[in-house]
Design a protein around this ligand. Structure first.
Ligand SMILES: Cc1ncc(COP(=O)(O)O)c(C=O)c1O
Length: 381
């Protein structure tokens, strides 16, 4: 321990000196939630809680006891995978404990040595980490820039994989999926689409962007996550029977881990049933988003987004930190996103909207944002 701690402290101190030390905080009670990913309010739904309780009350194994390839598989796991395949209009799905694991599983195992992974520069860390584990060459392209992507497609070698998200987690903007599928077709590239922030909030029964545009068959691999709008935890990969079979055979993050528990399986099934019975939640969320975007339409430095993720740029880590603090003191749970998580100069407040944010709360927040914008704080970074 004695020789380890000074080593760790040196690196932590470097971080601290740059003002970038991360610490865990417990959300202060009573603040209005403009930060969580619980867009549809499912994580706090008493009805969903009751439904999960009812479906997990009969005796069942407390844990799954092993990898899916050993003792961890069950009829319940496979039934849920079939149910999700119907929702996501895919031949099959394969369950994962989290979106992070699912992305790691896909990107580390599909692209091989000699292949190329082209990923959007703003793609989630889990896609980038998966790509790092693969032996393929990896290159990023400018965010949502199909021209830059095409230049890179022309020079790419081997089988090309394009990794993108439906809704980007930091800007809340949408991927130009239709145009992307045409480009991928032209260059014989396979699209890997992370639907983390569209699962639940877009499409029939929450089936996301690709299915709502009818593009599911043009996309090789789709990843859906359940820790955001579905209000619970977990993920699945949707695609062909062969894709599922391939991951079962070659994907180490699938093979070498304990299967999700029966409790988690039941929770996932209940969350999708609940959403199916409460589809007006999507409309309620859209109304909240429109209310917010209308009230900030004239605000300088807001990024353009139609999703539940909205941002206002306050350049400079210290500036954005102070802005977030002042809003927290006024009762809003909003968090700053600092560089290097986002590029320097684009440090921002990330504001997430939810069905349970009232009109009055949105009006108060946007009023405060406007006051801050007009006070000139944005230009002092
Ligand atoms: C775009 C995106 N993909 C994947 C993940 C990881 O999903 P999970 O939180 O289920 O591990 C996240 C969540 O942070 C995300 O925003």
């Amino acid at each position: 321990m004695e020789s380890l701690d000074p080593l760790l402290e040196k690196r932590l101190a470097e971080r601290r000196d740059k003002g970038l030390e991360r610490t865990l905080k417990i959300a202060r009670p009573g603040l209005v939630d403009f930060t969580s990913n619980d867009y549809l309010g499912l994580s706090r739904s008493p009805e969903l809680f009751e439904s999960i309780l009812a479906h997990t009350s009969s005796p069942q194994p407390n844990g799954s006891t092993g990898s899916r390839l050993l003792s961890g598989n069950s009829a319940a796991h496979e039934a849920l995978e079939k149910k999700l395949a119907t929702i996501f209009k895919s031949e099959t799905t394969l369950l994962f404990a989290a979106g992070y694991n699912a992305n790691l599983a896909v990107l580390s195992s599909l692209p091989q040595r000699g292949d190329t992974i082209l990923y959007d520069e703003l793609a989630h860390a889990s896609m980038k980490d998966g790509a790092r584990l693969s032996l393929a060459k990896r290159l990023n392209f400018k965010h949502n820039d199909l021209h830059d992507l095409e230049q890179k497609l022309k020079n790419a070698q081997g089988q090309i994989f394009i990794a993108v998200e439906s809704i980007y987690s930091m800007d809340g903007d949408e991927c130009p999926l239709r145009e992307l599928t045409l480009l991928a077709e032209k260059h014989n590239a396979i699209i890997i689409l992370d639907e983390a922030h569209s699962t639940g909030v877009m499409g029939h029964n929450g089936n996301g962007l690709a299915v709502s545009l009818g593009l599911q068959d043009k996309i090789g691999v789709r990843i859906y996550t359940f820790g955001k709008a579905m209000g619970i935890h977990g993920a699945c990969v949707a695609g062909s029977k062969r894709l599922r079979n391939y991951l079962i055979n070659f994907s180490r993050p699938f093979i070498y881990t304990t299967a999700i528990s029966h409790h988690s399986v039941a929770t996932m099934a209940c969350a999708f049933d609940y959403l199916q019975q409460n589809m007006p939640l999507q409309t309620m969320l859209r109304e909240r988003i429109m209310l917010y975007t209308k009230s900030v339409a004239d605000l300088p430095n807001r990024t353009f987004s139609n999703s539940a993720i909205q941002t206002v740029i306050f350049p400079g880590n210290e500036v954005v930190r102070q802005v977030a603090l002042s809003l927290q003191q006024k009762g809003f749970d909003v968090r700053p996103i600092l560089s290097p998580t986002v590029p320097t100069g684009t440090e921002r407040l990330r504001i997430c909207l939810h069905v349970y944010n009232t009109e009055e709360e949105i009006a108060r927040l946007t009023h405060e944002l406007r006051t801050l914008a007009l006070s000139g704080v944005m230009n002092n970074g």
